[in-house]
Design a protein around this ligand. Structure first.
Ligand code: 8YV
Length: 331
């Protein structure tokens, strides 16, 4: 019997490519460049499964161009690159990588919060530019983090990790807003108080966005929401581009309507809104919140395990939709 054919659409750990190659006929992207949708579709045409990251769109057009495709394993917890309804209708399983990146991503959220509030990149640029021949009492004076109020929008696993760090490690008051309230025991453990979004934005000294992207979440933070925030407040986005209206944010930062922002994700990334590159009061990172070697390895391993389990007939391990498997042909 011929082996399933798998496309590894982004360069990943060589030993994980080897592991997949022990089970499947593998075609692997060898370099760091993202394939265009047309190139991806051409390579998917004869594949039974695919290993992707959150940056490759799996939509009706790609599914129509990949008649053999049965499963797409995302190396990411977010899966807004999947058109889940189209995949389910086509009988294609999607999988993601929950849990393995929770604590690492929460660490990064905190790193970005601290760097933003305490103006780390701005002050480093000053030092590197050789300007440290003067001192003033308010030089790079930032916002307090310990003891301040943190507002978390999106209280899933990563949001809860951030709340624990904030409440237990930094003595912060934690407000949160989410589609649904946490169970009382979990709320108590996170020392977090549920509130509506407007109250959170008005009261928080720092706002952290950790919600998944969906069309309903598009521009959760736009000009109107930024106007509710304190002029001394910071905004941190480790969620997804599109959750924030980056043009409105760039204006608010330029006009100092909020103090600063820390951004790991951008609308239309890897492009970054030029207005964000022009203002000094931002910390910008290239979507690296989950980037530690052990975590990236665990994510890649879980994505690979999903493909192996699926084609072994055990079913996917962490599916995001339900379709008949295995052996069931594509409808
Ligand atoms: C990844 C992410 O950086 O898991 C997610 O949803 O956004 C990140 O952890 C990225 O998708 C790489 O696979």
């Amino acid at each position: 019997m011929s082996r399933p054919r798998i496309l590894i659409a982004r360069a990943i750990f060589p030993d994980i490519v080897e592991r997949l190659a022990a089970h499947f006929d593998v075609e692997a992207n060898q370099d760091d460049v993202l394939w265009s949708p047309a190139e991806l579709a051409a390579r998917m045409a004869d594949k039974d499964g695919a290993f992707t990251t959150g940056s490759q769109r799996v939509d009706a057009a790609l599914l129509a161009a990949s008649p053999r495709l049965r499963i797409v394993a995302n190396m990411a917890v977010g899966y807004n690159n999947f058109d889940v309804a189209a995949m389910t209708a086509a009988g294609v399983v999607g999988t993601n990588t929950p849990d393995v990146l929770t604590e690492t991503t929460a660490d990064f959220g905190f790193a970005l919060l601290l760097a933003t509030a305490r103006r780390l990149t701005e002050s480093e640029h000053f030092l590197r530019a050789g300007l440290w021949n003067r001192w003033s009492y308010d030089m790079f004076a930032g916002a307090e983090v310990h003891g301040s109020t943190l507002g978390i929008v999106g209280m899933g696993r990563i949001g809860q990790g951030i709340a624990r760090r904030a409440a237990h490690g930094f003595g912060m008051r934690v407000l949160y807003h989410n589609r649904s309230r946490l169970a009382p025991a979990l709320e108590a453990e996170c020392k977090a108080t549920y509130t509506d979004k407007a109250t959170l934005l008005r009261e928080a000294d720092h706002v952290m966005l950790v919600l998944p992207y969906s069309p309903e979440a598009h521009h959760t933070i736009g000009a109107a929401e930024l106007a509710l925030m304190k002029p001394t407040a910071t905004l941190v986005n480790i969620a997804r581009g599109g959750i924030v209206d980056d043009a409105a944010l760039a204006r608010a930062l330029r006009e100092r309507r909020i103090a600063a922002a820390g951004l790991d994700v951008f609308e239309g990334e890897p492009a970054v809104h030029p207005g964000l590159l022009e203002v000094p009061n931002v910390v910008l990172t290239p979507h690296i919140a989950s980037a530690t070697v052990p975590t990236r390895r665990a994510m890649a391993q879980l994505a690979a395990d999903n493909l192996i389990a699926f084609f072994d007939g055990r079913g996917p391990l962490t599916p995001v939709n339900t379709v008949p498997y295995p052996g069931a042909p594509r409808p």
